[in-house]
Design a binder for this molecule. Structure first.
Ligand code: GDP
Length: 138
């Protein structure tokens, strides 16, 4: 079973649509094997999004992701990374395919409901960023 990291971003938590998003991912064949609600500091988000440090939107995404509670999750299933990315849709909700999470619930390119790891390698690193082995129950 492959694993991937998913984050229900502050816009999804504030709008109380976490169940709707989970429903989509579960229907796609993924299972929640770890989950916790966190209020991240701007510094913690900055570390998580380190790869985007030089991008124009870096400060804005750090502010936004630390602006309210998030729910971080590990999903497991066959081809979890790819299935998660496909179910989530493109970064910009306006460009995301009809029927994807971001297309149906996303408010803007920044407030786009969910994060999902973009490769198996990054999934391993991102899961380790938030969870200990003990917190993941397959
Ligand atoms: P993802 O893998 O689809 O989440 O996309 P990226 O890794 O490229 O970007 C990480 C996150 O930064 C996205 O999910 C958005 O929340 C945000 N983001 C990406 N591009 C932009 C942008 O051009 N402007 C703003 N404000 N935020 C962006």
């Amino acid at each position: 079973m492959e694993k991937t990291l998913s984050i229900l971003k502050p816009d999804a938590v504030a709008r109380n649509i976490t169940g709707k998003v989970n429903e989509r991912l579960e229907a796609a064949g993924l299972k929640i094997v770890a989950q916790k609600r966190l209020l991240l500091t701007k510094a913690q988000v900055g570390k998580f999004y380190e790869i985007h440090r030089d991008k124009a939107f870096y400060d804005s995404i750090c502010e936004y992701m630390s602006s309210g509670p998030v729910v971080v999750q590990v999903f497991a299933g066959p081809n979890a990374v790819e299935v998660n990315r496909k179910t989530m849709g493109a970064t910009n909700p306006a460009n995301a395919e009809v029927g994807t999470i971001r297309r149906d619930f996303g408010e803007s390119i920044e407030r786009n409901v969910v994060h999902g790891s973009d490769s198996q390698e990054n999934a391993v690193a991102e899961i380790a960023f938030f969870f200990s082995q003990m917190e993941i129950v397959e």
